[in-house]
Design a binder for this molecule. Sequence first.
Ligand SMILES: Cc1cc2nc3c(=O)[nH]c(=O)nc-3n(C[C@H](O)[C@H](O)[C@H](O)COP(=O)(O)OP(=O)(O)OC[C@H]3O[C@@H](n4cnc5c(N)ncnc54)[C@H](O)[C@@H]3O)c2cc1C
Length: 439
Amino acid sequence: MTDLNQTALNNLTGVAVEKTEIDTLVVGAGQAGVAMSEHLTKLGVPHLVLERNRIAEAWRTGRWDSLVANGPAWHDRFPGLEFEGLDPDAFASKDQVADYFEAYARLFDAPIRTGVEVKSVVRNADRPGFTIQTSEGVIEANRVVSATGPFQRPVIPAIAPKDERIMQIHSAAYYNPQQLPEGAVLVVGAGSSGVQIADELNRAGRQVYLSVGPHDRPPRAYRNRDFCWWLGVLGEWDAPASKPGKEHVTIAVSGARGGHTVDFRALAQQGITLVGLTKAFNDGVVSFQQDLADNLARGDENYLSLLDAADAYVARNGLDLPEEPEARDFLPLPECVRNPVLELDLAGAGVTSIIWATGYSVDFSWLKVNAFDASGKPLHQRGVSCEPGVYFVGLPWLSRRGSTFIWGVWHDAKHIADHIATQRKYLAYRDAKQRQAAE
Ligand SMILES: Cc1cc2nc3c(=O)[nH]c(=O)nc-3n(C[C@H](O)[C@H](O)[C@H](O)COP(=O)(O)OP(=O)(O)OC[C@H]3O[C@@H](n4cnc5c(N)ncnc54)[C@H](O)[C@@H]3O)c2cc1C
């Protein structure tokens, strides 16, 4: 198979793909696809990135209007570029993040074709490589990297009521309080999305019920260092897998309003009614588990364990970081936690909308190769799948806790690009007879 060179790739822009051959095809141009392209470019691997929307579309239109990055600008970025005009300790807005990845792709003239959807990828039966059907023609590639994101399909649990009087949306479709009908709101899920949306709605004057499940809630900052720094020096971003029992524990952090620790007691004090995990909906009545106090207690434990680990790190390394004993002071447990609401008549409480901040799943229906287990989960080692030539980047825990995050995906992409370059070296090998014949 011939390799398309950079000029030929650039010439693809704006023309139908028709039938094209390329060494490596990257599907998706979010941060994962851009990182892949940078590393492949550095290693001289001819490649093409196909993106069905625009570069970093998820940051552009798949997030609510006021969203800022959860990590500070010095941390949530790639090594090769800083956020222009942004204080390193500030939190980039979602549009600044999208602009950043567009600028990053321009830095090395990334061969990205936008507005082209990959419909299917099939391994060739009689020759190496894959045949790829796209919305603009067919591509033949030796390798395919799926960079289609960790959060593709918004998940709304089956318990969601079929009640036309209530507007129900996933957090992926939430933009601002004005889009919701007048009235109270039930926000289900208290990870970073749920708590930030609940807070915004409450500040906009809405009565809010926030359904809180198991969560971690690291301090925004402690002893003059952001939690991103602490997770870095304590080796937590590099954890290879979630701790047993923590698989379904979400993380609640916020960069909103300059960044602050997510404090459920403070949210309650501000007027939000906290409730336990949402259990069921029956005849207009929603019921909640009696686990609210436990969930808060475990979140507190997680918070305190990070303070303890940070203190031990400071002591062990003799660091000059100011002590912060007041970080261990908690507000009193609010009434809604001491006497939790276990059932709520939605109409009686004036609830007119439900926001499901309940996470996402993936969709690999287009990737018709043997790279999945029986349940459809990708089978891979650090992104190198069990189907030779197929790679994944950007998935949760691909190599470590940081794998879905901006800084983490860059490192995973580097490993995958290295693997591709090494494979190309093997395939380029010619024995003495072949070398002679080629002379
Ligand atoms: C609300 C929210 C806030 C977050 N905040 C942060 C944060 O502050 N810091 C941080 O580090 N991380 C954050 N993340 C996590 C992560 O950084 C983002 O989810 C990020 O968008 C993931 O990048 P990605 O490139 O892996 O996937 P995506 O950004 O989802 O990109 C995948 C791309 O693939 C394209 N695509 C999919 N299928 C096809 C196909 N068949 N053909 C062609 N193109 C296709 C999509 O259009 C998309 O553009 C956040 C996530 C969420 C949901």
